[in-house]
Design a protein around this ligand. Structure first.
Ligand code: HEM
Ligand SMILES: CC(C)=CCC/C(C)=C/CC/C(C)=C/COP(=O)(O)OP(=O)(O)O
Length: 316
């Protein structure tokens, strides 16, 4: 706390919210993995906006806040469970639990309380199917991905990564109260997007995972196989993303944009595959192609879902 804040508090003034680096409030916020939340909320909003039907704006905002809260709460439980491996990885060693700034038990209680709160509010504000799917997504991330698959198999990302594909489905179900083919396609898009998103990053971050004993694909199968798998999933995503157009859900504007974005993703993936390696398999240019592919993966999803929503608002 700053000197001014301490003086203010001594005078009886309410303490201002301290969000400075290392502050306690900031640490509790960090437990929610806020940076990843941006795309989670964005895809949830997209699912909610393109769904047929109407939800009162207050309830729609509540539903989105519940998705954000649930994803954040699951992130806090993930950080509680993974505190041992987070402590050994350079990227995560300064997280609030391994750095000793937040007690593990308090983080768990926080994650569980926020999870329960988000599910109950979602059920009351929208419908109980949406609350059920929200519960499924929390359990998928915390139990299936974090506690079960992450430390056991290099397919952890493929199966467990489905957790992150739930938000547009939840947004849709919050409006319609039912699960149909359309939101399942949105789910599938994120499902097939996740492996190239994460494996690109893991190509340059695998030393961290190896040190922590996490069997990520580059650690277990090597960088070459990881590069091949990145191309494979990008190829699978290519026809999948325009599917809403083929099924009459959108106009050609979305369809053609989805194809173009997919081809550009594939170009990045092929560049990753071709990235020069020395005889020991180490890359010669600091994995510039993998870094570019990871960065592009995030823009890809932002633009794809943005155009999906615009297409819906303009043409339907
Ligand atoms: C198993 C699946 C996934 C894994 C293992 C994974 C892992 C990661 C990692 C390690 C980062 C690096 C930076 C950080 O720690 O914040 C990252 C960044 C990011 N991920 Fe993922 N991710 C997954 C799925 C997703 C999904 C489903 C979304 C949203 C739809 C997403 C959105 C993002 C975003 C927006 C960033 C950039 C954050 C920033 O600004 O640094 N990720 N991801
Ligand atoms: C509504 C709801 C529950 C949505 C799920 C949210 C979501 C984006 C899940 C994706 C999984 C994810 C970010 C994994 C990060 O891997 P990790 O946890 O292994 O990454 P780390 O090494 O950074 O801890």
């Amino acid at each position: 706390m700053s000197d001014m804040a301490i003086i203010d508090q001594a005078r009886g003034a309410p303490a201002p919210l301290d969000l400075s680096p290392g502050s306690e409030v900031r640490d509790w916020f960090t437990l929610l993995k806020p940076r990843v939340l941006s795309l989670v909320v964005y895809s949830g909003v997209a699912g909610l906006l393109v769904a047929p039907g109407h939800l009162h704006p207050v309830l729609a905002v509540t539903a989105i806040l519940c998705i954000a809260l649930a994803a954040g709460a699951a992130g806090a439980i993930n950080m509680w469970y993974d505190r041992d491996i987070d402590a050994v990885m350079r990227r995560t060693a300064n997280r609030p639990i391994p750095a000793g700034r937040i007690e593990p038990g308090s983080a768990l209680a926080y994650g569980v309380a926020l999870s329960l709160f988000s599910v109950v509010v979602m059920g009351l504000a929208t419908n109980w199917l949406a609350a059920g799917v929200l519960t499924g997504s929390i359990l998928f991330y915390t139990v299936i991905y974090t506690a079960w698959l992450k430390r056991r198999t290099p397919q952890n990302i493929v199966i467990g990564g489905a957790a992150g594909a739930f938000p547009p489905l939840i947004g849709w179900v919050a409006v319609t109260g039912s699960i149909t083919l359309e939101p399942l396609i949105l789910f599938a898009i994120i499902f097939f997007w996740t492996p190239p998103h994460f494996w690109s990053l893991s190509l340059w971050a695998h030393a961290d995972y190896a040190r922590a004993g996490v069997p990520m694909l580059p650690v277990v199968a090597g960088p070459r196989e990881t590069r091949r798998q990145i191309v494979l999933y990008t190829v699978l995503l290519l026809p999948l993303a325009p599917l809403p157009w083929f099924l009459g859900m959108t106009s050609a504007v979305y369809g053609v944009t989805a194809l173009a974005l997919g081809l550009w993703f594939l170009k990045h993936a092929v560049a990753v595959l071709r990235d020069a390696q020395d005889e020991k398999g180490a890359t010669l240019n600091n994995d510039a192609a993998a870094r570019a592919c990871f960065k592009y993966s995030i823009s890809y999803l932002f633009v794809l879902f943005g155009v999906l929503v615009l297409d819906h608002l303009v043409f339907s």
